[in-house]
Design a protein around this ligand. Structure first.
Ligand code: SIN
Length: 277
């Protein structure tokens, strides 16, 4: 059950909206309830947050310790804040496919605090998918089979030399030497909520341990189609001052790239996580 100190509205598909919370002035009880809502519902949306970079950093630190993303460009004065930016001239965005951040790390990032700074006149929404609900909708027999499996996750094909971004106008995101890999259970027990969630994703999961590439692909394709059915997905439209705080362990997200010719600038802080089991 969600804590009552916050005005929480459950959204279709994934996540909750919280009204009346000022991230700069939140009480300790509100921060605790917010963290519970993030763990339980996967993503929390706030509106009208007038936050300077220092305010966003201080707010994020109250939810969890901050970790600096290896790959994204940083804001000029604040290494804690990554710039998720697409200019008027660029055609490739950041995060333009279903993924969950940092699954290639042994202790994947808990989540992110993403603040909209500049938004296009239309488009640039982000979709979020609920991996608790996706897991819970599977049959008991299939869940039992998945519970025996582990998957391999990698970053080199996205951020390393010659990676996915190398042939785009986002070359700055490719060519990195530090490209971790990790193995995690296909179904994790969320460390904050104790609930089970599906933990594979189309961007970084490269195969099922002990399975052939063809077998892995067959299973993963099924799970990827299953997980993005409309009943598990919420599409969020941003305006400046909108903020999303998501949990990578129980959601995926997908930044829509449908606003060519316009600038979109988001400030992202990544929150540190723990090893998953
Ligand atoms: C991301 O962190 O994947 C980007 C999300 C967004 O820009 O909406």
């Amino acid at each position: 059950m969600l804590a009552s100190v916050l005005d929480i509205e459950r959204l279709d598909g994934c996540g909750v909206r919280i009204r009346g919370l000022d991230a700069k002035a939140a009480s300790d009880a509100e921060i605790d309830a917010l963290r519970t809502a993030i763990f339980d519902r996967g993503v929390v949306f706030l509106e009208d947050q007038a936050l300077a970079p220092e305010d966003q950093i201080a707010f994020a630190r109250r939810i969890a310790p901050i970790v600096v993303n290896r790959y994204f460009p940083k804001t000029e004065r604040y290494p804690e804040i990554a710039k998720v930016e697409k200019s008027e001239a660029q055609t490739t965005n950041i995060g333009g496919g279903w993924h969950t951040d940092h699954s290639y790390d042994a202790a994947p990032a808990m989540g992110s605090v993403l603040l909209a700074v500049e938004t296009p006149p239309s488009g640039g929404d982000t979709q979020f998918a609920d991996m608790y609900a996706a897991y819970e909708a599977l049959s008991d027999g299939f869940k039992a089979m998945l519970s025996t499996l582990k998957a391999h996750h990698a970053s080199a094909h996205v951020f390393g030399a010659g990676s996915g971004y190398a042939n785009t106008d986002r070359k700055e995101l490719s060519g990195h030497a530090d490209t971790p890999e990790a193995i995690h259970p296909v179904v994790i027990t969320h460390p904050g909520s104790g609930r089970k969630a599906l933990y594979v994703n189309p961007a970084f999961t490269t195969g099922i341990i002990g399975w052939s590439p063809a077998e892995s692909e067959a299973l993963l394709s099924f799970l990827y189609q299953h997980a993005v059915q409309p009943q598990f997905v919420h599409r969020f439209s941003w305006r400046p001052g909108s903020m999303a705080i998501w949990d990578n362990r129980c959601t995926w997200h997908y930044a829509m790239n449908d606003y060519h010719g316009h600038r979109r600038l988001m400030h992202r802080i990544t929150l540190d996580g723990v090893p998953l089991a």
